[in-house]
Design a protein around this ligand. Structure first.
Ligand SMILES: CC(C)(COP(=O)(O)OP(=O)(O)OC[C@H]1O[C@@H](n2cnc3c(N)ncnc32)[C@H](O)[C@@H]1OP(=O)(O)O)[C@@H](O)C(=O)NCCC(=O)NCCS
Length: 333
């Protein structure tokens, strides 16, 4: 059962306790696309930075992949699935129109008393989920919240359209959020939207296929993510130099690079995970966080800035001290 609101005393500091990732087994390389589309590995790498992506097989479900990512995050946190109070799944491609993914994922991981909720904020969904999780922990209404970004964009990709077919992939990433022992934890977020540009990037309900005015999306993505990142740093009283690692929505390496350059963040502190995943919408940031931890870019206390942009248009940015539940003793040992 979910904890009741705290009546007083010090508010818990919400903290990312663990991270996990999972991708489908079917690997689609640029060479696979070149074999059936009028494109080239050189064009795809130069314009997008993407080398490969994963696609769900007909027999696979997104719930399975999302559950694997969630289990991975719980193990990384050293916690138990049974203690999860809420599971928030950000996705635009659930296995069915309804029910959402969250109940199937919660059942698979063994979280029988979790509140289960899907949210759709396109490529910003994970950051919205993380903000909600932080609020639940901070208020004392929950002590353990899983946030999962999961997508099967291959299901809504026009595989005959070379301009978009090369861009998208499938996968899932998750973080477990709980109260931290000390430190900064998950800071404040900023959000924004511009509905006048909704027709620039969308998929219709019937026979859904992603349609996109690539160059317009590109320009707005760079502008909005740069602005949102600057706003969130200012809101948290942090300078760009103090950021240890920077994860922008993994849509295109050129976009990520342009945003990092505008912020003055050196590329060695920046995730370019898009190379291996392509654009996985709501899954892109948690997949990049998991890769960053695996590759040693994130240590307990590392300050990580996250920013996303997607269909809507919507944009979001947040700041978190990585696994800030560690004590000074744990950290220095
Ligand atoms: C999609 C994107 C990579 C295209 O790159 P671009 O430099 O803008 O390319 P353009 O769309 O202007 O197309 C340039 C040429 O390449 C061609 N082209 C498009 N896709 C191609 C492909 N896969 N292979 C080879 N040529 C391709 C176009 O047909 C065009 O040819 P033309 O000049 O003969 O008309 C780029 O616009 C982009 O990344 N946009 C943002 C996408 C995104 O991140 N969306 C999700 C945000 S959440």
């Amino acid at each position: 059962m979910t904890a009741s609101p705290r009546s007083g005393g010090e508010r818990p500091t919400p903290t990312i306790l663990g991270v996990g990732a999972a991708v489908p087994s079917q690997l689609i390389t640029n060479a696979d696309l070149v074999a059936r589309l009028d494109t080239s590995d050189e064009w795809i790498v130069r314009r997008t930075g993407i080398r490969e992506r994963r696609h769900l097989r007909e027999t696979e479900t997104l719930a399975e992949i999302a559950a694997a990512a969630c289990t991975d995050a719980i193990i990384d946190a050293g916690c138990s699935a049974a203690g999860v109070d809420h599971l928030i799944v950000a996705t635009i491609t659930p296995d069915r129109l309804t029910p959402g993914l969250a109940p199937a994922v919660a059942a698979r991981i063994g979280a029988p008393s979790a509140g289960v909720l899907d949210i759709n904020a396109a490529c910003c969904g994970f950051l919205y989920g993380l903000d909600q999780a932080a609020a639940l922990i901070e208020s004392g209404r929950a002590r353990s919240v899983l946030v999962c970004g999961a997508e099967a964009l291959s299901r809504i990709t026009d595989h005959e359209d070379r301009a978009t077919a090369v861009l998208f992939g499938d996968g899932a990433g998750a973080v477990l959020v709980g109260p931290g022992a000390r430190g900064r934890g998950i800071g404040s977020f900023v959000f924004g939207y511009d509905d006048t540009l909704a027709d620039t990037l969308y998929a219709e309900r019937e026979g859904p296929r992603l349609r996109m005015a690539g160059q317009q999306v590109y320009r707005h993505a760079v502008h909005r993510m740069t602005e949102a990142a600057q706003e969130v740093l200012a809101a948290n009283g942090v300078s760009a130099e103090e950021v240890d690692y920077f994860v922008a929505h993994q849509a295109n390496a050129r976009i990520v690079s342009a945003v990092a350059d505008a912020l003055g963040v050196p590329h060695e502190k920046v995730s370019f995970n898009v190379e291996w995943t392509a654009n996985t919408s709501a899954a892109s940031i948690p997949l990049a966080l998991a890769a960053a931890q695996r590759e040693g870019h994130l240590q307990p206390g590392s300050l990580v800035a996250m920013v996303a942009f997607g269909a809507g248009f919507v944009w979001a940015a947040g700041l978190a001290a990585w696994k800030d539940n560690m004590t000074e003793t744990t950290r220095s040992s």
